[in-house]
Design a protein around this ligand. Sequence first.
Ligand SMILES: Nc1ncnc2c1ncn2[C@@H]1O[C@H](COP(=O)(O)OP(=O)(O)O)[C@@H](O)[C@H]1O
Ligand SMILES: [Mg+2]
Length: 251
Amino acid sequence: MEPLVKIRNVEVRYDNRNGGLVAISGVDLDIRQGEVVGIVGKSGCGKTTLLKVIAGLVRPTRGEVIYNGTHNGGGFRGIGMLFQSPLLLPWRTVLKNILLPIELRGEDVDSYVPRALELMERIGLKGFENSYPWELSGGMQQRVALCRALIHRPSLLLLDEPFSALDAITREDMWMLLQEVISYENYTAVLVTHDIREAVLLSDRVVVMGGRPGRVKAEVTIPFRRPRDLGLQYGREYNDYVAKIRSLLGD
Ligand SMILES: Nc1ncnc2c1ncn2[C@@H]1O[C@H](COP(=O)(O)OP(=O)(O)O)[C@@H](O)[C@H]1O
Ligand SMILES: [Mg+2]
């Protein structure tokens, strides 16, 4: 089957006052339907840039991204994104935050309410429809952001260090939740993280990026069946993958 996303020899150069900066260069990557791909790399190596290119938010200055047969097309409607901070609108209730993408698309908001309520229940937000974001903990706000990213049933979920601002225990809860929604609705997902342990726990394949300019250094297949148990973290095989990826990252 054709990959959902084909990234071919992609370069992104940002123009700035000092001339230009090549953020990523020569990036080749396939993302297959139903796959969870982790991307790890040090700060500044171009992970966010790569996600933006996949989302069509940044145009490659060289090479191409083919998404579902569309070349470098901007504004892919099939994408849901989750960022490090939840970016909720404080004057809207939780339910209205979740429905925002539907409203922005000018679609029938009411018809998405049952979907929003179902997602909220699955993601552990039942009963908080009419709360405001500032009444919720950081972990719960990120759950709201996850519901918002999923409301329109995207065919691709792009996650940019979504759990890095959460405490360790809340982060583990979110790992489990994310796995549950991914398998329940069979999402294809790209998870950018600088947490190698997180990448190994959640991904079918981990892409290791190196810097200056950003490029793919290695890919490691993680063969454990999904969804995975938190206990996996204490096993030998899991830790061998973590160590291998750590050494591929270099110092
Ligand atoms: N809009 C931009 N304009 C100019 N330079 C940028 C822009 N976005 C990112 N960069 C630069 O590109 C490089 C890669 O950034 P980024 O993709 O955010 O890396 P990462 O997400 O891995 O930390 C960095 O050197 C950063 O300063
Ligand atoms: Mg980033």
